[in-house]
Design a protein around this ligand. Structure first.
Ligand code: G1P
Ligand code: ZN
Length: 544
């Protein structure tokens, strides 16, 4: 085995987006494409000499090949020890857990999250730092700069490693430990939730569950924890075997893509709780019998009830949500007298707040919820939290939600996505909205009068770093809101996301269909951005 220094040429497009570098598999198959990015990370890290790193992914197509390349490059770059999930698997939250537990310098997480997998679909890679969370922009910007100048990478000439057998071996000067991808994560969950209570709920039949793993990474985690440790009935976890192409599905837990689950939850005999997770296990969708919980409501409900759950019994230090996320959690924070931070989209912005112990819970409208237990959002954690709540309150999901609305009011919330728009058209739409900002305040649209219009700019309260252009916010005097932003995770064209929300205090108005309750705001949003005319689309691609 010897270290080879291979020359290479930079690629111009290795700028990490909302969550790492995400491209079509075909892009990653270009000669040296993966190698350039990985070497750029090592160059940015500086001296990895002797450090421990973590490596794993969601098992999608190209996961295994990428892992072999990264192992050889890590050995050639002086890494001391690499912890790899068995089979090359680690869910994103489990990777975060392992990085923290073993005090690693960081880790490579291979995933394109909820994007489809397969030879013609997506792949992704991101680097997480020592706190277990996605690298901050200061780091990813340096990786990008490095990727534009790179001219060589280091790699060991060595045969492929057996990733399927637990245990350790040497690759050059590096020790590779193939670890159980579930064990450390499962142990952490056991400390946070009342497993005894949930288990007796399942055993007595008071609690029933359908968890749809969507043929993605959470299958093995959910099987072991929910059906194994917690005694949920066999078969409660469906689509549990991870597949390289997710069975041809789109592993995104929402009502559109997890339609099998949605159908089961609105069927004649639905279980108490329905849930799904995404490709890499960091997202969650929560449903009850005949009931869907919006992620923004879910965050608020978890915050309001956290003190009932063992891991959070001392209360919350503060909470945070991404800017476009509905403001239900703000009301809970206000009632509790704790701070609620508003961050740009993307989990990386929660890292500083968590590390500085300013917040305990955080979440995003895009089916992401999490806490200070790791530095990623965590799908199965949210499901266990809900199971714990339902077992403890002995109420249905729908009753818990209705109670919450009665106490705090309801924030009707929806997101409309227009996908595959030509980039120049999407940029035109955003430029038009920018131009409108100055003239909007004070303007009325029917009964909606604009109180505030701006382009969201975030100053990190911990390190003072500034993130500009994080979305157009239009707030109305009746506290309704519209937000526009372009997706930073797509791999084809542009996606315009329109977020609308309306607050309703009156309990007699809490049972309207969401799209109906928001109809007027939606048409104001469409009028403002003119997406239908400009993109030539009759309707949104996805509504959540
Ligand atoms: C999307 C979500 C965002 C989430 C990210 C990664 O990013 O909107 O909340 O953090 O995926 O899961 P976007 O495509 O909007 O940039
Ligand atoms: Zn994900």
């Amino acid at each position: 085995m010897s270290v080879e220094i291979r020359s290479t040429k930079p690629f111009p497009d290795q700028k990490p987006g909302t969550s790492g570098l995400r491209k079509k598999v075909k892009a990653f198959l270009q000669e040296n494409y993966l190698e350039n990015f990985v070497q750029s990370v090592f160059d940015t890290l500086g001296d990895a000499g002797g450090a421990t790193l973590v490596l794993g992914g969601d098992g999608r197509y190209f996961n295994r090949q990428a892992i072999q390349v990264i192992l050889r490059m890590a050995a050639a770059n002086g890494v001391g020890r690499m912890l790899v999930g068995q089979g090359g698997l680690l869910s994103t939250p489990a990777a975060s857990c392992v990085i923290r537990k073993y005090k690693a310098l960081g880790g490579f997480v291979l995933s394109a999250s909820h994007n489809p997998g397969g030879p013609d679909e997506d792949f992704g890679i991101k680097f997480n730092v020592a706190n277990g969370g996605p690298a901050p922009e200061s780091f990813t910007n340096r990786v990008y700069e490095r990727s534009r100048a790179i001219d060589a990478y280091r790699i060991l000439t060595a045969p492929d490693l057996d990733l399927d057998t637990l245990g350790s071996c040497q690759v050059g000067g590096m020790t590779v430990e193939v670890i159980d991808p579930v064990a450390d994560y499962a142990e952490l969950m056991e400390h946070l939730f009342d497993f005894g209570l949930i288990r007796s709920g399942f055993r007595s039949g008071a609690l029933t569950l359908r968890f749809d793993a969507m043929h993605a990474i959470t299958g093995p985690y959910a099987k072991r924890i929910l059906e194994g440790t917690l005694s949920a009935a066999p078969g409660s976890v469906v689509n549990a075997v991870p597949l390289e192409d997710f069975g041809g599905g789109h592993p995104d837990p929402n009502l559109v893509h997890a339609h099998e689950l949605a159908a089961a939850m609105y069927s004649g005999r639905p279980p108490t709780l329905g849930a799904a997770s995404d490709g890499d296990g960091d997202r969650n969708m929560i449903m009850g019998a005949n009931c869907f919980v919006t992620p923004s409501d879910s965050l608020a409900i978890l915050a309001a009830n956290a003190h009932l759950v063992p891991g959070y019994k001392d209360g919350l230090r503060g909470v945070a949500r991404s800017m476009p996320t509905g403001r239900a959690v703000d009301r809970v924070a206000a009632a509790m007298g704790i701070e609620c931070y508003e961050t740009p989209t993307g989990w990386k912005f929660f890292g500083n707040l968590l590390d500085a112990r300013k917040i305990t819970l955080c979440g995003e409208e895009s089916f992401g919820t999490g806490s200070d237990h790791v530095r990623e959002k965590d799908g199965l954690w949210a499901v266990l939290f809900w199971l714990n709540l339902v077992a403890l309150r002995k109420q249905s999901v729908a009753a818990i939600v209705a109670d919450h609305w009665r106490r705090f009011g309801r924030d009707y919330y929806s997101r409309h996505d227009y996908e595959g728009i030509e980039v120049s058209v999407a940029e035109g739409i955003m430029a038009r909205l920018q131009d409108l900002l100055a003239e909007l305040p004070g303007r009325s649209f029917g009964e909606y009068r604009v109180a505030l219009a701006d382009d969201f700019r975030y100053v990190d309260p911990v390190d003072g770093s500034v993130s500009e252009h994080q979305g157009i916010r239009i707030g109305f005097e009746n506290s309704s809101r519209i937000v526009f932003r372009l997706s930073g995770t797509g791999t084809e064209g542009a996606t315009l996301r329109i977020y609308v929300e309306r607050y309703e205090r009156d309990p007699s108005q809490h049972d309207l269909p969401t799209q109906e309750a928001l109809a007027e705001l939606i048409s104001i949003a469409e009028e403002l951005c003119q997406v239908k005319q400009r993109a030539g689309m009759a309707q949104p691609s996805v509504i959540t």
